[in-house]
Design a protein around this ligand. Structure first.
Ligand code: GLN
Length: 194
């Protein structure tokens, strides 16, 4: 599987390492033409307003919507989760507006800006190590969205068909099972495309 990491801003190299550890070929993506050869795309953590602005500037909003319409998997982590969401609390406009959920930015407040914990994730056997940094939360999910992980009763990871999103940074530990989960989604989608 060839998986891209959107490389406009944020934690790109760490995702590339994680995807390679999960057995995929991983490439940094800077231009829309590069999407064509991919089986899946990761939108990394960073700063969602900045990533959104750069996506608009370089034509990625339409290009990634088109990518998604082909059933090709997308994985948004932290800021990438915000970029995928249909609705952002307190903002009139969202970015890709692909995943049927409402997100709250910086949901943990200043006291808990960053922390690590072990999380149960549906579809993964043992808990995974998760790093939260100024993390968003999924406040509401619409029809078709499956909640796959919660932390203190709040939603921190979800899946809607070929779309995967998590509040935390799975690329900042050496536990790459969520990357493997995504590579598997890409494999299944490729089989369906034939
Ligand atoms: N707080 C950031 C935002 O709103 C996300 C933080 C992150 O990706 N680590 O975009």
């Amino acid at each position: 599987m060839k998986i891209g990491v959107l490389a406009l801003q944020g934690a790109v190299a760490e995702h590339i390492r994680g995807l390679e550890a999960a057995g995929a070929e991983a490439v940094a993506i800077k231009r829309t033409e590069e999407l064509e050869s991919l089986d899946g795309l990761v939108i990394p953590g960073g700063e969602s307003t900045t990533i959104g602005k750069l996506m608009r500037k370089y034509g990625f909003i339409d290009a990634i919507r088109e990518f998604s319409a082909q059933g090709k998997p997308l994985f948004g982590t932290c800021a990438g989760l915000i970029v995928l969401a249909k609705r952002i609390e307190g903002q009139d406009d969202a970015h890709l507006e692909l995943m049927n959920m409402t997100v709250q930015r910086n949901a943990f407040g200043r006291q808990r800006e960053s922390f690590e914990t072990d999380l149960d994730v549906k579809g993964i056997d043992e808990p995974i190590r998760a790093v939260f940094i100024r993390a968003p939360l999924i406040k509401q999910v619409g029809e078709g969205v499956d909640v796959i992980s919660t932390y203190k009763n709040e939603i921190v990871a979800a899946r809607e068909n070929h779309l995967l999103a998590c509040s935390f940074h799975p690329e900042l530990t050496d536990d790459y099972r969520l990357h493997a989960y995504f590579v598997n989604m890409a494999r299944e989608a490729a089989e369906r495309r034939g």
